[in-house]
Design a binder for this molecule. Structure first.
Ligand code: NAP
Length: 339
């Protein structure tokens, strides 16, 4: 007894992690349909001790599936996700396409799992940098309220996909050998560099990534008026997004209050012993499913203001793990039924 599961984008960075996470967490998969472009059709993936052939992502290939994880591109989601949902699949979409649609729940299970109750076969999983932010903000919001949040991100190259990782590695090799490797994925070299530019530029001088952090955080935390602002920065790290977050609570709180709220929160690990050199880094958290928080401190110049350092694996909790946790929550709630 299990589910028919399609993974659209199964050959990509996120899709491959979805397969690993489904396997590790023993999600009951009866039939797997790994889907990608026609270029990948005929390749194979290993899953659950069986070899499965990759098919082309088409409406026909999605017919009859129970769960469809979309991890391809926004255009693919726009075209095929509604088709799959109408045909009866529960679609969990990793793209930006439906996140701000008021009819579509935008879910991080340990933060707003209750929003799943009103899904109509289409659920959006948030942007990677938003997921780790809201997991850490939620316990603080619940206990002390939030007045303002200022985020600076340090985002890994894998957040842009497989081609960006190849570009980083080619640029590093070229740099070491004294050659120049012209950038193609990013507007400027990412190796040995830092780009204050994630996704395209939009209104008021902010990038789309920065607007995603603002809008998605307000939607997930159900705080439409929350003052949130962000600067999103790409750094030459392979896996693991970091965030320096300044926040102001509504109620009085101490650093120890925040620490105990975070320690008790689901999905959060506090690593905060600066004297012993203990704070989370991308290399330490790569491959993990929790959100790591350290460098907790008070801002002495501003009442009720604090700093946090938040790190998580963008391909795991920032993408695949969150999507699989959404499916697990739906199964625990009894829908859809198994074959
Ligand atoms: N990387 C992250 O940290 C992250 C986090 C959150 C959300 N996301 C989102 O997740 C999605 C996938 O990202 P990624 O990083 O895994 O990208 P990626 O490594 O570039 O992989 C893209 C995947 O999509 C497939 N694909 C592309 N165009 C397609 C088409 N027209 N029809 C069918 N399949 C198509 C590719 O198939 P081929 O191999 O055949 O080309 C590949 O399997 C994106 O929407 C991204 O915004 C990514």
């Amino acid at each position: 007894m299990g589910f028919r599961v399609a993974v659209v984008g199964a050959t990509g960075l996120v899709g491959q992690q979805v397969l690993r996470v489904l396997e590790e967490r023993r999600f009951p998969v009866e039939e797997l349909r790994p889907l990608a472009t026609s270029r990948s059709a005929g390749r194979t993936v290993e899953f659950g001790g069986t070899t499965w052939e990759v098919g082309e992502a088409t409406a026909g290939a999605l017919a009859g599936v129970d769960f469809a994880f979309f991890a391809a591109s926004g255009d693919v989601s726009k075209e095929l996700a509604p088709v799959a949902a109408r045909a009866g699949a529960v679609v969990i979409d990793k793209s930006n396409t439906f996140r701000m649609d008021p009819e579509v729940p935008l879910v991080v299970p340990e933060v707003n799992g209750h929003a799943l109750a009103r899904h109509r076969n289409l659920i959006a999983s948030p942007n990677c940098s938003t997921i780790q932010l809201v997991v850490a903000l939620k316990p603080i919001l619940d206990r002390f309220g939030l007045e303002q949040v200022v985020v600076s991100t340090y985002q890994a190259v894998s957040g842009t996909g497989a081609a960006a990782l190849d570009e980083l590695e080619a640029e590093v090799r070229a740099g070491v050998e004294g050659r120049v490797h012209g950038p193609q994925v990013y507007p400027q070299p990412i190796a040995f560099n830092v780009l204050p530019h994630c996704d395209r530029f939009e209104a008021e001088g902010y990038t789309l990534e920065e607007w995603k952090l603002v809008r998605e955080t307000r939607k997930i935390l159900e705080q439409p008026g929350l003052a949130v602002t962000a600067t999103a920065v790409r750094v030459p790290v392979r896996v693991g997004h970091s965030e320096a977050v300044w926040l102001r609570t509504r109620e009085e709180a101490t650093v120890d209050d925040l620490r105990s709220a975070l320690q008790a929160a689901p999905g959060v690990v506090v690593v905060d012993d600066p004297g012993a050199g203990a704070y989370p880094t991308p290399l330490q958290v790569a491959g993990r499913d929790e959100v790591y928080v350290g460098r907790l401190r008070h801002d002495p110049a501003v009442p009720r203001a604090f700093w946090l350092w938040i790190v998580a694996d963008n391909l795991r909790k920032g993408a695949a793990t969150n999507a699989v946790q959404i499916a697990e929550a739906l199964v625990a709630a009894g829908a859809p039924s198994r074959h």
